[in-house]
Design a protein around this ligand. Structure first.
Ligand code: F0G
Length: 474
């Protein structure tokens, strides 16, 4: 008999988590203004808000914490991180930052100016935020398949090369400092980018003499999908694939809270010494001296060790396998989920789940709230609230996908927790037709509003809710 899959680790330390009652949760979520970011973590039983900074570090990472060198300049921890980045990515130059968006802030301060266009596959919200904050425009050139949750495509994170070429050909090149590729593409549902697509982007960038930057938060997961799905890679190691991926980039930003399994940390890495020198000025200004950049020495040590661990095949097989386990369960229960499954999360299609709720009532946020009330599971909306308003017209932007993301922290929950989440969502699905009241915004910030938005439930009369059934044409 073929041996079943089993995790390549055992558990040495546990952290209690607390169940609550439905009555408690109804009260807590009301007080939190229907914003899941406002909940206290102790009010959550299973926390799938994010896979960012929430993973379980290994014994080796914890022991590296004890070896951290906290010198202001030139610490051994800095050199440990530098060596790991060189070995894993091939980049010679790097700057530590306290997390991914800080890396974006530093690099974009160097490279992005007002009026610029930054094309790429779908940009992550902080990336877009940092572009728009500088009065530049993020141009989404993702392939059309990325926005249909039922189409099977092995690399839904790919950029549409023709769309991208049009942007390059039809605009003044000095307004396009670089192309950004997000690997895997979080906004498209944790979907990978193929090696061929990365290679094609490089060729296009060379033709137009533009730089290519990778937003690399989940680069190792991307490499795993290339190994599994792209012809010619099955016998290559994850590290070989990662090296090839980065050979097509001029630089990278990294949120190490994902594919380096640390609770905090990030970096920028690049080929070019001049870019490094320019970015160093902003790193010192915003983050800290170039050999620590907002990180403690101990955190740099754990990060370096994490980079080696995530590029092991067994780690990725377990991690991505657990995400797919949740996806399979949900499919079995008929819940509409994005396919193929993403690397770090399962994305529930809220428009298909709640087709009778108009987009103005934020179906994905409504669904995430219902899931919390049902079972104390915290997910996150990746839909209209997160998409912010158009910076010029100030109208709500309705993205192609209205999703609820169930992000799985690395090495944190067991498959029993996953079973619990799946049944919780099934229960909400079974009573979906009774969910007729969405949400409305009471208060919001001008950018990245989802973190602090305040909402209230819409209370419609029976008759009104019947009439908006007809109105639900999205
Ligand atoms: N890029 C991508 C693709 C991300 O997913 C994130 C963060 C960032 C950049 C920013 O990194 O949080 O370290 O500043 N994503 C988290 C998430 C927050 O939940 O998906 P950060």
């Amino acid at each position: 008999m073929k041996l079943p899959f089993a995790e390549e680790y055992r558990i040495k330390m546990v952290e209690p988590i607390r169940k609550s009652t439905r009555e408690e949760r109804l009260e807590w979520i009301k007080t939190a203004k229907y914003n899941l970011f406002n909940l206290k973590s102790e009010q959550v039983f299973i926390d799938l808000l994010t896979d960012s900074g929430t993973g379980a570090m290994s014994d080796k990472q914890w022991s590296e914490m004890m070896l951290g060198d906290e010198s202001y300049a030139g610490s051994s921890s800095y050199y440990k991180m530098k060596n790991a980045i060189k070995e894993i990515t091939g980049f010679d130059y790097f700057l530590p930052t306290h997390q991914g968006r800080a890396a974006e802030n530093v690099l974009f301060s160097t490279m992005v100016k007002e009026g610029d266009l930054i094309p790429g596959n779908a940009h992550f919200d902080t990336t877009k935020g940092h572009i728009e904050f500088r009065k530049a425009t993020a141009v989404d050139c993702a392939i059309a398949e990325a926005f249909d949750t039922s189409i099977q495509h092995p690399f839904k994170g790919n950029v549409d090369i023709n769309k991208l070429e049009k942007v390059l050909a039809n605009n003044s090149l000095d307004k396009i400092p670089f192309i950004i590729m997000t690997i895997t593409c979080n906004t498209a549902g944790g979907q990978p980018v193929s090696m061929k697509n990365l290679k094609d982007v490089r060729a296009l960038a060379d033709k137009y003499q533009r730089k290519v930057i990778f937003d690399s938060a989940r680069f190792a997961e991307n490499a795993y999908f290339i190994k599994q799905r792209e012809e010619g890679y099955i016998n290559k190691s994850i590290r070989e694939i990662v090296r090839e991926m980065f050979s097509y980039a001029d630089g990278m930003t990294m949120s190490s809270k994902k594919d380096a399994v640390v609770n905090i940390g990030g970096f920028i890495a690049m080929k070019d010494e001049e870019l490094f020198n320019q970015a160093s000025v902003f790193n010192i200004l915003y983050e800290g001296f170039i050999t620590y950049g907002g990180m403690a020495g101990r955190d740099m040590n754990a990060l370096a060790q994490g980079l080696y661990e995530v590029t092991e095949f067994d780690f990725l097989e377990n991690r991505i396998g657990q995400v797919a386990y949740l996806g399979d369960k949900l499919k079995e229960y008929g819940v509409p989920v994005q396919e193929p499954f993403g690397g770090h999360a399962i994305f529930v299609d809220a428009v298909k789940f709640l087709p009778h709720l108009p987009r103005e009532e934020f179906p994905a946020q409504t669904l995430a709230i219902e899931l919390y009330i049902e079972a104390g599971v915290r997910a996150v909306e990746i839909g209209t609230i997160m998409a912010d308003r158009d910076p010029v017209t100030r109208e709500n932007r309705y993205p192609d996908l209205e999703l609820v993301r169930l992000a799985i922290p690395r090495r944190t929950y067991t498959d029993n927790h996953i079973d619990y989440v799946a049944v919780a969502l099934k229960n909400v699905y079974d009573r979906r037709e009774k969910i007729t009241n969405g949400l409305k915004i009471l208060k919001e910030a001008p950018v990245l509003r989802h973190f602090t938005v305040e909402l209230e439930r819409i209370n419609k009369e029976e008759s009104v809710s019947k009439s908006h059934l007809e109105y639900a044409h999205y």
